[in-house]
Design a protein around this ligand. Structure first.
Ligand code: SAH
Length: 367
């Protein structure tokens, strides 16, 4: 086999896709299930380890495929136990993935794009610009790599029990690859996470949200951050295209296409001192969400160099929370984790080559 033939990456396959691949070459589809288990339950990095696969098929796979996940180039651990990995991709770009251990769970925060095109004014990823979408292999590869790293940790293995698509990027602008990766996360032959434990977070790309409602059951978090368009236009520029009223209508529809998993929306609301944290903002928020089964997640702003924003005071956050709670909402103030290693929400940066492509990507969203 010549080296010039491009080998396919086995981590790029969905379960269905691998079945089709094997069927097309006259193999039985159950081989795909066996291989998915090797790849995603046992996280092997070589076809030679797949001992229940015949030698000729292993040889074929060795000749035609690779198992290539992003490579850890830096690991940092916060004083609170949070891990952050810098992962190098084949093209030299790098992304960040964060693991947040808690008493009852371990949450992996996964990136969907290299950089981000949305340009939210309070987010450090936005300042990196946008380079490209991650492949399925690069998205599921973050879980694959994290599992292996955690198992190898001498301080005792931690388990990834939850995944949140809250790393770098806007997952709904990389729809197909994100969906393939989410399916693997929830596949019993792969990572087997229940739908309650897999959360997609979006700023509200409405056509894609509509598609998601018909495609897959995952928990949904929406980055709202403001209770009116005037303010949200400033904080989340995507709002100029998809304003709050339309966003709320789409979210209601999402919940109405109901399954047991879709019983509420989690609203993310970053607490910015003097910007969106007044009593009036809280009352307005309570009003616009009325009638939508909701949980509200207040995120104390995490600063980064040269930001113009400050975090709201604890008193302000408590007051804001109390107003919403009095209006009947479940409100959680997100604990700041990993901020000493810049691993907290909105602090992920990675290394983005060629940052000039945001305009191109925006043009695509506009269509
Ligand atoms: N693009 C998706 C995924 C990013 S998730 C989305 O917008 O939902 C990351 C979450 O952290 C989002 O709610 C985001 O708005 C929030 N965030 C971004 N920058 C932040 C910062 N500096 N401090 C706190 N939260 C931030």
């Amino acid at each position: 086999m010549s080296d010039t033939v491009k080998k396919v990456n086995l981590l790029d396959f969905s379960h269905e896709g691998l079945k089709a691949y094997f069927t097309s070459m006259g193999e039985k589809p159950f081989r795909a299930t066996q291989i998915i288990k090797w790849l995603h339950q046992l996280n092997v990095d070589s076809v030679d380890q797949m001992t229940n696969i015949s030698k000729p098929l292993r040889q074929f796979l060795t000749d035609h495929t690779v198992i290539r996940a992003p490579e850890i180039v830096m690991e940092q651990q916060s004083s609170d136990g949070t891990y952050k990995w810098l992962l190098r991709l084949d093209d030299g770009n790098a992304i960040e993935t964060v693991f947040i251990p808690e008493d009852d769970r371990g949450t992996l925060c996964v990136s969907s794009q290299v950089g981000c095109a949305l340009d939210c004014t309070f987010c450090s990823t936005a300042r990196q610009g946008f380079n490209r979408n991650l492949t399925t292999a690069e998205i599921i590869g973050q879980l694959w790599v994290a599992k292996r790293a955690l198992q190898a940790d001498p301080k005792g293995a931690r388990v990834v029990s939850n995944v949140v698509m809250m790393g770098m990027g806007e997952p709904l602008l990389n729809f197909d690859n994100v969906i393939s990766a989410l399916r693997l996360m929830m596949d019993d032959n792969a990572y087997g996470l229940s739908k309650r434990r897999v959360t997609l977070s979006t700023s509200g790309v409405l056509p894609a949200l509509d598609r998601l409602a018909d495609t897959l059951d995952v928990s949904l978090a929406v980055s709202l951050h403001a209770p009116n368009d005037e303010l949200r236009d400033q904080l989340v520029p995507l709002n100029r295209k998809y304003p709050i009223k339309d966003l709320l209508t789409m979210c209601r529809q999402f919940l109405n296409k109901k399954t047991t998993e879709r019983n509420h929306i989690t609203w993310e609301y970053v607490m910015l001192d003097g910007i969106n944290d007044s009593d009036e903002n809280a009352h307005q928020l309570a009003k616009i969400l009325k009638g939508i089964p909701s949980k509200i997640n207040l995120i104390p702003f995490n600063p980064f160099p040269e930001t113009r924003y400050k975090r709201s005071s604890n008193n302000r956050i408590h007051r804001f929370r109390d107003i919403l709670a009095e209006a009947g909402y479940t409100v959680i103030t997100r604990k700041t984790r990993g901020d000493d290693i810049d691993a907290a929400c909105g602090q992920l940066a990675g290394q983005v080559n060629d940052k000039s492509r945001r305009e191109i990507h925006f043009a695509r969203i506009e269509r």
